[in-house]
Write a protein of this length. Structure first.
Length: 288
C-alpha cells in the first residue's frame, strides 16, 4: 500500500496526490515548506516549525488556507495515517493554482501538501568519523532578494551549491554571502568551536534560522557553553578547533575537513559529540 498524503483539506492515497501544472509552486517555486522529524512517535518541535511556516508565508504575502491549529491537526493526522514512529514530515504550502503570469494574486487558494515517510540519513560512518566539505563558489542569495528567514520552495540557490559538493566528491558545501561571510551549508546550519566557545553565523549573514540550530544553542547554554552569533570567514572555518553542521535531517554532524584543510585533529571534537548526544536525548525525550 502507498502512503496517505494530505492534499488540501483531506488525506488521499499516494496515487491520487496530484498537483496542477498551473500551481505557482510548480511554475515559479512560489511557496513555503518545513521539514519536521518524528522521534518515537512524537513530532519534534512542531510548534516552532508551524510558527516559522506561517511567518515565512506572511513575508511573501501567501495566505494559508487553514489556521495554524488546523494545520497542526492535519500534520498529526498524516503521521498517524502512515504509522510513522521514526520518520520525516514534509509540509508544503504552495501559492496555488493560477495562470501563466507572475501575478501571485491570480491564485485563488493556497495548496497544502503533507507527506510523512521514512528518511534517508547520512551514513553512520559520517557521524562517527566526521565528513569533509568544500567552499561553494555559488554565493548565498542577497538578503534584499529574499530574506534568509523565509524557507521558500525556491531552493535553486542551495541546489547549485549542492552540485558543487557532489562534483567535489563530498556531501556538503559551505555557502558565503556577498560580503564573504559564512552563511550556511547547502542544507544545514554551520557551527564552529574556538577556545571552548560556540560560534554560529547570524541570520543576517544569510543563514536560515534553523529549528535544530535553535535547539542546539539552547542545549549548549544549558550546559554552560557560551554561544555567540557573529560573522565568520573562511579563515575562521579553517582554524576552528571543531566544526559541525545542524539540520532536521542531519541533526548534529561533525566536519573534519574543508577545502583540503584538516579541522582540529581530524576527528569530531568533544563538544560536537556531547551536543549530538544531548540533542538525541532531547529529541527522544519530548515531542511537541
Amino acid at each position: 500500500m502507498g502512503l496517505k498524503i494530505w492534499m488540501g483539506d483531506k488525506l488521499v492515497d499516494e496515487s491520487l496526490a496530484k498537483v496542477s501544472v498551473f500551481d505557482h509552486g510548480l511554475l515559479y517555486g512560489d511557496g513555503v515548506f518545513e521539514g519536521i522529524r518524528v522521534y518515537s512517535g512524537k513530532i519534534f518541535e512542531l510548534g516552532a516549525h508551524l510558527k516559522r511556516l506561517y511567518e515565512s508565508a506572511k513575508v511573501i504575502r501567501l495566505e494559508i488556507s487553514m489556521g495554524i491549529d488546523a494545520m497542526g491537526d492535519a500534520v498529526r493526522a498524516t503521521v498517524a495515517a502512515n504509522n510513522i514512529s521514526e520518520g520525516y514530515i514534509r509540509l508544503i504550502v504552495t501559492r496555488g493554482v493560477g495562470d501563466l503570469g507572475l501575478n501571485p494574486f491570480s491564485c485563488q487558494r493556497s495548496g497544502v501538501i503533507i507527506i510523512a515517510d521514512s528518511i534517508q540519513l547520512y551514513p553512520e560512518e559520517f557521524y562517527e568519523k566526521g565528513m569533509r566539505v568544500v567552499s561553494a563558489s555559488t554565493m548565498r542569495c542577497h538578503p534584499m532578494s529574499l530574506p534568509p528567514q523565509v524557507k521558500s520552495l525556491n531552493y535553486l540557490n542551495n541546489i547549485l551549491a549542492k552540485i558543487e559538493a557532489i562534483d567535489s566528491g563530498v556531501p556538503e558545501a559551505i555557502m558565503y554571502n556577498h560580503d564573504g561571510f559564512v552563511a550556511e551549508a547547502s542544507g544545514d546550519n554551520v557551527f564552529i568551536v574556538r577556545d571552548g566557545i560556540l560560534f554560529t553565523p547570524p541570520s543576517q549573514a544569510g543563514s536560515l534560522e534553523g529549528i535544530t540550530r535553535k535547539v542546539v544553542m539552547r542545549i549548549a547554554r544549558a550546559n554552560g557553553i557560551e554561544v555567540i552569533e557573529e560573522n565568520l570567514t573562511r579563515f575562521d572555518l579553517y582554524v576552528a578547533d571543531e566544526f559541525f553542521l545542524t539540520g532536521t535531517a542531519a541533526e548534529v554532524i561533525g566536519v573534519v575537513g574543508i577545502d583540503g584543510m584538516v579541522i582540529g585533529d581530524g576527528k569530531p571534537g568533544s563538544m560536537t559529540k556531547m551536543l549530538r548526544e544531548k540533542f538525541f536525548e532531547c529529541a527522544h525525550g519530548r515531542g511537541e
